[in-house]
Each structure stands twice: as C-alpha cells, then as structure tokens.
Design a protein around this ligand. Structure first.
Ligand SMILES: Nc1ncnc2c1ncn2[C@@H]1O[C@H](COP(=O)(O)OP(=O)(O)OP(=O)(O)O)[C@@H](O)[C@H]1O
Ligand SMILES: [Mg+2]
Length: 301
C-alpha cells in the first residue's frame, strides 16, 4: 500500500474507531527527574447513574480517589462492582452524574466535549482487553496511528514507534499485521500505541484478561518496566491476582464504592521489574505536528 493511501485510510479508520483506539498526546515527556507524588488525578464524590429501560441504575455511589504522578494503582473487585465505569469516568470517556474529577489541577467536569477530547488525546493512553488494533495495518502503522491522526510528521513518528516496538520486544514483528501476531504480541502493540505520544497516564481495563498466564506475566513486567523507566502512571483494572499481589497500591471496589485502598510501598514490583535501559523516546527526535496538516483534522474522540 502506498503511503498516501495508507494515510487516508488511517484517518478514516481512526475517525471510526474513536477514543479507545487513538489515545494520543502531543505533550513532551515528563522530565525523568520530576519528583514523584505530585497529584495527578483527584476524583471526589463520583456518582454514575444509567437510565435503563425506564429505571435508574446506580453504578457508582460516591467514589473518592487520589492518584499521584508515577503511581501504579490497580483496581479490583467483583464483576459488576463498577470498575470499568470508574475507569471510563477517570479517562474522560464518560461523564459522572455527580462529583468532580481534576487532572493536573484542571477540572475535567467543567470542560466542553471538544476540550475533553483534546485533553484525553494529549494525556491518556488506553489499553483494553480487546486491543482494537486496525487489522489492515502492520504493527508500526498501528503504533503510529495516534500521531498520524494528529497530522504529525511520519519520519520521526516512525522512529518513535520503532523504538517503542523494540522496547516491548517486537523488533522482529514490525511488518506483521494484527492477524499475523499472537494475542500477547497484539497486546504489546496496543501498549506501544498507548505510549507513543507519551501520555501522563496509561489506563488499562483487564489488559491481560484474554491471555495465558505466561504472556500475561510478560505484559505485567512491561508495565513495571515502563513505570520504572518513564515514570508513567498506570491505572489498571484487573482480575489477575498475580498482578494485584505485586502492585504497590490496590483499590478494591464493591457495589459502586471503594471498599479498601491499600498502599504497599514494599510490594514486589520493584524486584519484579525486568532490567531496563533508558527509554528510547528520550533519544528519538521530537515529533512535531506537520505544518501542512492542522490539528483540526483530528477526529473527535
Ligand atoms: N450503560 C449502562 N446502562 C445500564 N447499566 C450499566 C451500563 N454500564 C454499566 N452498567 C452496569 O453497571 C454495573 C457496573 O458495570 P462495570 O462495567 O463498571 O463493572 P465492572 O466492575 O467493570 O465488572 P467486570 O469485572 O465484569 O468488567 C454493572 O452491573 C452493569 O450492568
Ligand atoms: Mg469491567
């Protein structure tokens, strides 16, 4: 496929696939020396109600949560507890019925939908159980996708995507399409895509829910490694006991409320992290928006 055709198709596909597939950012990376424990996300009194067949379903019943920069937080709880709903609210994919969410001191609940879309694209990377990769594009193109829909220059973007795919251990699979990759490999591509624009936080909803234990472990290792090397904040909804047991902070939910919020600074995660090198994005050239393609070309997500 020629590049212009690919770009057109990329934009069309991305417009159709919305926010979950296009977590993007144009913000520069946080300096590695930035101190931990600055507040990143503050949710206060979050309620979420859905109207379902004429009756109101109370899904979140007053959730308070503070997440600091660089934290690794997992959310656990029984099916139906409200975990995904909470993640959607914190990820600005849905609005609370009541309550406030501030992200880096900005009140998200007072922003317009277009401001929210831009904010989401800039700050948040999403990884879901079903990876939502675009089947007609290879691994590199899928990772480049958030930048392509922002109209960024292909050259530096490709270099960054290449570096990320190397970092997640897929240097030998650049040209493979999703159908030519294993489930774990696909999820690693999705993780690289979530990181390509260097978001402040990666939000993952059961990211290893459909993977075998060995592959899940490899993905979990990647989370810890990326947190250690990039200080990316991770908020991970999981049913994995293995992962929860190693996370430094575990929030449990029940019936739409936070039941427990346990911090374990001595959790195994640090020891479990694989040896790492410097993040390649530091060496990669900065990705600037292409002059000829205005940001208005972005699909609302
Ligand atoms: N759009 C909706 N309309 C009505 N009810 C909804 C809607 N979305 C979610 N719910 C209900 O809210 C509750 C919480 O859903 P949610 O998806 O947040 O659960 P969860 O904790 O992520 O569960 P799981 O572990 O199974 O993914 C469920 O009982 C669900 O049926
Ligand atoms: Mg869920």
């Amino acid at each position: 496929m020629t590049e212009p055709a690919a770009e057109t198709a990329v934009e069309t596909a991305a417009a159709e696939t919305a926010a979950v597939e296009t977590a993007a950012a144009v913000a520069p990376a946080e300096p590695a020396s930035r101190p931990l424990r600055e507040r990143l996300l503050v949710a206060e009194g979050l309620h979420k109600r859905f109207l379902h067949e004429g009756s109101v379903v109370e899904v979140l019943k007053g959730v308070d949560l503070v997440i600091d920069e660089g934290e690794m937080v997992c959310v656990v709880g029984q099916s139906g507890a409200g975990k995904s709903t909470l993640l959607h609210l914190l990820g600005t994919l849905d609005l609370p019925s009541k309550g406030t969410i501030t992200f880096a001191d900005r009140d998200l609940t007072r922003m317009s939908s277009s401001e929210l879309a831009a904010f989401r694209n800039e700050k948040i990377g999403f990884v879901f159980q079903f990876h939502h990769l675009l089947p007609e594009f290879d691994a590199i193109e899928n990772v480049m996708m958030p930048g392509l829909v922002r109209g960024m220059n292909r050259g530096p973007l490709r270099e960054r995507a290449t570096a990320l795919l190397e970092e997640v251990g897929l240097a030998h699979r650049f040209k493979h399409r999703p159908g030519e990759l294993s489930g774990g490999e696909q999820q690693r591509v999705a993780l690289a895509r979530a990181l390509v624009m260097e978001p402040a936080v990666v939000m993952a909803d059961e990211p290893t829910g459909n993977l075998d234990s060995e592959t899940s472990e490899a993905i979990h290792q990647l989370f810890f490694q990326l947190n250690a090397t990039r200080r990316t904040t991770f908020l991970i909804v999981t049913h994995s006991r293995d992962l929860a047991a190693r996370m430094p902070r575990v929030v449990s939910m029940k019936d739409g409320k936070v039941l427990t919020d346990e911090r374990r600074p001595d959790a195994e995660f640090a020891a479990a992290a694989a040896p790492h090198t410097e993040p390649p994005a530091v060496d990669a050239p900065p990705v600037e928006p292409a002059a000829e393609e205005p940001e208005e070309a972005l699909p609302a997500s």
